[in-house]
Design a protein around this ligand. Sequence first.
Ligand code: PEP
Length: 249
Amino acid sequence: MAKLLVGNWKMNGLKASLAEASLIAASAAAAKSHAIQLAICPPATLLASLSEAVSGTGLLTGAQDCHEKVSGAHTGDISAAMIQDAGGYFVIVGHSERRADHHETSAVVRAKAQAGLDAGLVPIICVGETRAEREAGQAEAIVLGQVDGSVPDTFPAEGLVIAYEPVWAIGTGLVPSAVDVAAMHRAIHQRLVDRFGSAGASVRLLYGGSVNGGNAGELLHLDHVDGALVGGASLTADGFLKILHAIQE
Ligand code: PEP
């Protein structure tokens, strides 16, 4: 299974940022020869132009959210079909910032993931515990509960990605131990296999939370870690490509 490195630009990036994406795209072919797939999820305003700018390079693109409905009176939202129309391949759903800022429940996240699948996108479903939940010894129960609630009942083989992102590791410079990451990823895969049989094992599991060029080598070579979802370090080609180089070694 190819490793997957996805950059989440969040609410960052103007047209000038397309230059960073083009620099990343210039490494996509070499990454592919090392069985590493690269993707960038820019803000919605840049998705179409970025997708066009990197078309044919092998760098995939995606959106950071979608509405669960196909169309209608939902001012400010975008549908999965619009993302597909703009050249997107992935759609991130259930990021902890959306679960917190927009009160998205796992049921809503599941509906959004289903909308993405219906439009031919590959959903990246985010799950992760808070610091308080980990300290209370509830991390695995919380994360597996989010997996149960957020993953749709059917999906195409290899057509789904889950990102384990401990909330306390996002943008903080804090990273769980390799032992804790490996244990959580193993538990998620096991839960998916229990529910879906062998299809569950084909779901790619990304780790997310303060990944950078310094820690990527260790984290991304762990069992059951199929790649990374990267926030801050993906905003520049230099930061993102340091991660690529760390895992190519
Ligand atoms: C994220 O928000 O998806 C993320 C992983 O952010 P960062 O890499 O900045 O911690």
